[in-house]
Design a protein around this ligand. Structure first.
Ligand SMILES: *[C@@H]1O[C@H](CO)[C@@H](O)[C@H](O)[C@H]1NC(C)=O
Ligand SMILES: *[C@@H]1O[C@H](CO)[C@@H](O)[C@H](O)[C@H]1NC(C)=O
Length: 262
């Protein structure tokens, strides 16, 4: 019965430790997740441990787990260059180690048309302002544009720029824009990540491993709490049972006595 609460935190801890030793971050030369066809893009696996053998992979509508340098792109060190990107190269890109650990993922959408929506390539933080720009391939980007979220019209902007202030989780969704006379952009997913209120102010730098110690303390604390709770319940049961037994004995005696008199 005690195996449940003690094994689970241990597994969690092991996954946490393996995570902190083998980690990579995928960075992209493009600031936006939508690109015009024929653009040049560099994707890099920024790794903690190069011996883990990170490779850049992608899933598109036509390939799964394709590897950079072996099917698409040109591998230069830990970077992958894609020249003249094609609309068919739209998809999800990530770094993967030999053991199967994966980095953050990035969605790239390549437009074969003449309009794109410039939106952040990386998830945006809750509370930040996000500016979306609706851009045409040929004309200067200050045309009036209409913006849509999950297929619903959300506003028109005279200069093609729309700022969403203090984004929250409810702003997550699929965005696109439209410039009349030029066309519609592809749709892109905007992801909003939670801002952790417990993070210390930027002036006080916490030592490395601080978070790990915190997690350990929380695990030890919760396991102790569960054990104490179980002990308390067992103790209460023992204390409560005794009077119950006495009452039963008494009623038994009374029953016998009354029976004798009858
Ligand atoms: C890529 O495609 C494979 C096969 O469909 C799937 O198992 C995997 O989860 C996909 N990876 C991502 C990051 O979407
Ligand atoms: C990529 O796009 C899919 C939908 O097309 C979405 O579900 C997913 O969350 C996106 N991933 C990122 C990292 O934005």
């Amino acid at each position: 019965m005690m195996e449940g609460p003690s094994v689970l935190p241990l597994l969690f801890l092991i996954s946490l430790l393996t995570h902190t030793t083998k980690q990579a971050h995928l960075s992209v030369s493009s600031k936006t997740s939508q690109l015009f066809a024929d653009a040049f893009v560099t994707l890099s696996c920024e790794e903690d441990d190069s011996s883990a053998g990170w490779t850049l992979r992608r899933n598109t509508s036509t390939e799964t787990r394709a590897e950079c340098g072996n099917g698409f792109g040109k591998l230069t060190g830990s970077s992958c260059d894609i020249s003249y990107i094609d609309p068919l190269e739209s998809g999800v890109y990530w770094c993967e180690s030999r053991e199967g650990a994966i980095s953050n993922m990035v969605n790239l959408t390549v437009s074969g048309g003449s309009v794109i929506l410039q939106c952040p390539v990386l998830p945006v933080m809750e509370g930040d302002d996000v500016t979306l720009l609706c851009q045409t391939k040929t004309t200067p980007s200050n045309l009036t544009a209409a913006f849509y979220k999950d297929g619903i019209f959300i506003g028109k902007a005279a200069t093609g720029h729309m700022t969403i202030q203090h984004v929250s989780r409810s702003d997550e969704g699929l965005y696109k824009c439209d410039i009349s006379g030029h066309g519609e952009s592809p749709s892109s997913w905007i992801t909003v990540t939670e801002r952790h209120t417990t993070t210390p102010p930027p002036t006080s730098t916490s030592p490395p491993g601080f978070n790990l110690i915190l997690v350990l303390l929380v695990i030890i604390g919760s396991v102790t709490a569960v054990i104490l709770l179980v002990l308390l319940v067992l103790l209460l049961r023992c204390v409560c049972r005794k009077p119950e037994v006495r009452i039963r004995l008494q009623t038994y005696r009374q029953f016998k006595i009354t029976n004798i008199f009858v």
